[in-house]
Design a protein around this ligand. Structure first.
Ligand code: AMP
Ligand code: GLY
Length: 424
C-alpha cells in the first residue's frame, strides 16, 4: 500500500513511525512533513490547507490511504474533498469535525444528549457577554468558539480579567474569526486526562489514557503551549473512571453525532476533567493529540493501518485494540522563549543514539534541513523525546536520560513531566 500523511509535527512523525511498522505498507509520503519524518516518508512540499493539490497528488501517485493528522484541514473539509474524488481517507468529514471546530456546537451537543460537562452560556455579542459576567461566579472560563491553536481559552480570576478577556476575544479579535462567538463556562477543578479513541461512525474503541502538560514552565507555571510533555497511561484514569466514561461519555458522544446526521469516523480525543462530581468533558478534538500521540502510539500493539481501514469501512467492531502493559513518557525539547518568541536555525546533534531502537524515540516537531543538509531547529517545539519503561517511573527516568543525548543551542525543556505520578 501507499500511504500519504498530512501534517508536519511530532504527532505526524509518531503516526509515520506507526505506519512504517505495518507490513501492508511499502511507501509513505508526508505533506509537508519535516526533517525527521523524512527518515520514514518521502516529504512533499504541499501544505495541509492545499486540499486540491493534495488530492491531485494522491490521485497521481495512486495513494491507497491518506491520514489527516491536523485539526485545521479536518475542520476545513479536506475529507469531503478527498471523498468526492473517490480517494480513501482517514478522518471525520467537515460536518463531524465541527465537534472540535466549534466549542458552541460541542457544548450544545453535550447539553442536548446529557453528556457531563461544565455549565455554560454562548454569546455572539460582546455586550451581552459583558452583562452576563457581572453576575457570574468566579473564576470563570472564556473560550473562543473556533480553532485558535489551543490558545483560545482564558481562565479569569477577577471580573476585570474576564471583561478584558471578552474584549480580547470578541472585539480585538486576538484569535481572529474564532472569536466571533464565545462560550463562557463554569470553572472546574480536578485532574485532567486525555483519552483518544478510534471511531467508525457507530463503534468506538478507547486507547490507553494519557496526560499532557500544557504550561511552558515547571510547576504548571508560565503560558499555555501546544504541550510540553506527556505520559501514558494516567494512573488517575482508574477502572471506576473508565466505567463511568464508557457509560455516560464515549458511546454517548458517537451516538449523539450519528443522531445529528454527523456520523463521526476517525479519532475522537476526549479532554476530561476528573471532578469531585465525576468525570466531565473539557473539550473534544477530532484528531490525535500532540504530544499525546507520541506516548500512546508507541504502546499500541495493533497495525495502525488495519485499525484505520476498519474505521473507514465501519468494521471497527472486528478489531481487538491492544496496548503494551508498559508506560511511556515524552519530554518536549523546545526553543528557549517558546511560546512567545524564539530563534530558529540552530544545528541539532545526537540523533544517531535513537536509531534502530524500539524503546527510545526522537519525534521531530519543528525541524528542517539547512542548505548544508544539517538538521536544524525550525519551530518552538523542536523534538519530542519518548521512552518506554516497565512503569511510569522507569519510563520517566529513561526519557529524561535520553533528552541528554540531544544537543542544540537554546534547548529548553520542563523538568517535571510526569511528576504527578509520584502522588498516585
Ligand atoms: P480546552 O482547549 O477547552 O481543553 O482548554 C484548555 C485548557 O484550559 C484545559 O486543558 C484546561 O486546563 C483549561 N480549562 C478549559 N475549560 C476549563 C474549565 N471549564 N474549568 C477549568 N479549566 C478549564
Ligand atoms: N495536546 C493537546 C492537543 O493536542 O490538543
Amino acid at each position: 500500500m501507499k500511504v500519504l500523511i498530512v501534517g508536519s509535527g511530532g504527532r505526524e512523525h509518531a503516526i509515520a513511525m506507526a505506519v512504517a511498522k505495518s507490513p501492508k505498507v511499502d511507501k509513505i509520503y508526508c505533506a509537508p512533513g519535516n526533517a525527521g519524518i523524512a527518515a520514514q516518508a518521502e516529504c512533499v512540499p504541499i501544505t495541509a490547507m492545499e486540499f486540491d493539490k493534495l488530492a491531485d497528488f494522491a490521485q497521481e501517485k495512486a495513494i491507497d490511504l491518506t491520514i489527516i493528522g491536523m485539526d485545521d484541514p479536518l475542520v476545513g473539509g479536506i475529507v469531503d474533498v478527498f471523498e468526492a474524488r473517490g480517494l480513501r481517507v482517514f478522518g471525520p468529514r467537515k460536518n463531524a469535525a465541527i465537534l472540535e471546530g466549534s466549542k458552541a456546537f460541542s457544548k450544545e451537543l453535550m447539553k442536548k444528549y446529557n453528556i457531563p460537562t461544565a455549565g455554560y452560556e454562548t454569546f455572539d455579542d460582546a455586550d451581552a457577554a459583558l452583562a452576563y459576567l457581572e453576575t457570574a461566579k468566579l473564576p470563570i472560563v472564556l473560550k473562543a468558539d473556533g480553532l485558535a491553536l489551543g490558545k483560545g481559552v482564558l481562565i479569569c480570576n477577577t471580573l476585570e480579567e474576564a471583561k478584558d478577556g471578552v474584549k480580547e476575544i470578541m472585539q480585538d479579535k486576538k484569535f481572529g474569526t474564532a472569536g466571533n462567538r464565545m462560550v463562557v463556562e463554569e470553572f472546574m477543578t480536578g485532574r485532567e486526562v486525555s483519552v483518544l479513541s478510534y471511531v467508525d461512525g457507530k463503534t468506538i474503541k478507547i486507547m490507553s489514557s494519557a496526560q499532557d502538560h500544557k504550561r511552558a514552565k515547571d510547576g504548571d507555571q508560565g503560558l499555555n503551549t501546544g504541550g510540553m510533555g506527556t505520559f501514558s497511561p494516567s494512573p488517575f484514569y482508574t477502572k471506576e473512571v473508565d466505567e463511568f466514561c464508557k457509560k455516560y461519555i464515549y458511546q454517548a458522544t458517537v451516538d449523539a453525532m450519528a443522531a445529528e446526521g454527523r456520523e463521526f469516523k476517525g479519532i475522537i480525543f476526549f479532554g476530561l476533567m476528573l471532578t469531585e462530581d465525576g468525570p466531565k468533558v473539557l473539550e473534544y478534538n477530532a484528531r490525535f493529540g500532540d504530544p499525546e500521540a507520541q506516548v500512546v502510539l508507541p504502546r499500541m500493539k495493533n497495525d495502525i493501518v488495519e485499525v484505520m481501514e476498519a474505521c473507514i469501512d465501519g468494521k471497527l467492531d472486528t478489531i481487538d485494540l491492544q496496548f503494551e502493559d508498559n508506560a511511556a513518557v515524552c519530554v518536549v525539547l523546545a526553543s528557549d522563549g517558546y511560546p512567545v518568541s524564539y530563534k530558529k536555525g540552530y544545528p541539532i546533534t545526537g540523533f544517531e543514539k535513537f536509531e534502530g531502537r524500539d524503546d527510545r524515540f526522537c519525534y521531530h516537531a519543528g525541524t528542517a534541513f539547512n542548505d548544508k543538509g544539517e538538521i536544524v531547529t525550525n519551530g518552538g517545539r523542536v523534538l519530542g523525546i519518548t521512552a518506554t519503561g516497565a512503569d511510569l517511573k522507569e519510563a520517566r527516568a529513561n526519557a529524561y536520560a535520553a533528552t541528554e543525548w540531544i544537543s542544540f543551542e537554546n534547548k529548553y525543556m520542563r523538568h517535571d513531566i510526569g511528576k504527578a505520578i509520584d502522588e498516585a
